[in-house]
Design a protein around this ligand. Structure first.
Ligand SMILES: NC(=O)c1ccc[n+]([C@@H]2O[C@H](COP(=O)([O-])OP(=O)(O)OC[C@H]3O[C@@H](n4cnc5c(N)ncnc54)[C@H](OP(=O)(O)O)[C@@H]3O)[C@@H](O)[C@H]2O)c1
Length: 292
């Protein structure tokens, strides 16, 4: 039995069909099974929450492998970014050890460091450390920015790309190596197949190194529109979003913590080499957008 967290997310929804196709028995730790769509009848459901450690214990029964994808780039009513990404991962790996789980795959992020300016990356660094130090066969994968046409942050940018001018917080000069969620899912399948735990993280990076300015222009071109970019100074965005958050809580359309991530570069040391080592050749973002 394989326990999958984050099955309803960008990566999880690309990974789950592949696992089911190869007839892996999957249990999904979810907050709301309806979000699994039609696949909810093909998996075991473990109702759970990253902020509820007893739910991990129940979910781990009879499990040999955990694939831990769940996380959050915004605070939630029951847990901060640090709890949802850092402490929850530590608790998850502890629960896995206690339950005799053999392998723990954890998806962190390129650039995770306790010195990073963004809370999310600091929390991921602590999570990585917990996984590394655990007495369990572990594999840590560190993706750059992950995208899928029509989903997640790309959907927001796609909407902005139809405006007469495209507003972009900050200078848009942070660099990433965007990798398609389907390619990430293929890499996870290959890492699972390889069997062994690994000491070094596997970098997951696409073949193009792009600034967020370039990504927005790429999107605009993909929709046949050429629009000027309007850079909104970071202090203005930060103040406006913090004000919105203080009024509307975490239900605002964007939070400062999410937007701040656009200011942080996510660059690999080895480019697409690690993915290729797993037998996956990540597609360029321009090609994925052109065929979507
Ligand atoms: N997307 C990127 O650009 C990127 C880049 C680097 C690393 N990563 C990492 O890669 C992993 C997968 O990312 P993703 O883009 O697929 O994430 P995503 O689309 O934001 O999905 C997050 C997943 O976590 C679940 N989740 C959130 N809060 C939860 C909670 N309190 N309890 C239980 N489950 C909870 C969500 O479930 P619900 O359906 O209940 O909300 C969803 O399934 C994450 O660990 C992320 O940090 C992502």
């Amino acid at each position: 039995m394989l326990l999958l967290t984050g099955a309803t997310g960008l990566v999880g929804s690309a990974l789950l069909p592949r696992l089911l196709e190869q007839e892996t028995q999957v249990r999904c730790l979810v907050r709301d099974p309806r979000r699994l769509g039609a696949d909810r009848v093909r998996v075991q459901i473990a109702l759970g929450d990253l902020t509820d450690p007893p739910s991990f214990r129940n979910a781990m029964r009879g499990v040999h492998t955990v694939v831990h994808l769940a996380g959050s780039i915004r605070d939630q009513p029951r847990g901060s970014i640090e709890e949802l990404n850092g402490i929850a991962t530590w608790r998850m790996v502890e629960a896995a050890q206690r339950s005799g789980v053999e392998r723990f795959l954890f998806v962190s992020a390129l650039g995770a460091s306790t010195h990073n300016r963004a809370r999310f990356f600091r929390a991921k660094a602590l999570a990585e450390q917990a996984v590394r130090e655990a007495d369990i066969g572990s594999i840590v994968l560190t993706p750059s920015t992950i995208y899928a046409p029509g989903e997640g942050w790309l959907r927001v940018m796609e909407r902005l790309a139809v405006l007469p001018v495209i507003p972009l917080p900050g200078a848009g000069r942070a660099v990433c190596e965007p990798i398609w969620a389907q390619d990430v899912a293929e890499c996870l399948i290959a890492a699972l197949r390889s069997g062994e735990g690994r000491a070094d993280p596997i970098e997951l990076a696409g073949p193009q190194r792009l600034t967020y300015n370039e990504i927005v222009r790429l999107l605009a071109r993909a929709y046949g529109r050429s629009r000027p970019l309007l850079h909104i100074p970071t202090p203005v965005v930060s103040r406006a979003l913090r004000l919105l958050q203080s009024v509307g809580g975490q239900r605002t359309f964007a939070t400062w913590e999410e937007v701040e991530l656009l200011e942080v570069s996510m660059i690999s040391q080895r480019g697409a080499a690690d993915a290729e080592g797993l037998g996956v050749v990540p597609k360029p973002m321009s090609a994925v957008l052109a065929s979507s």
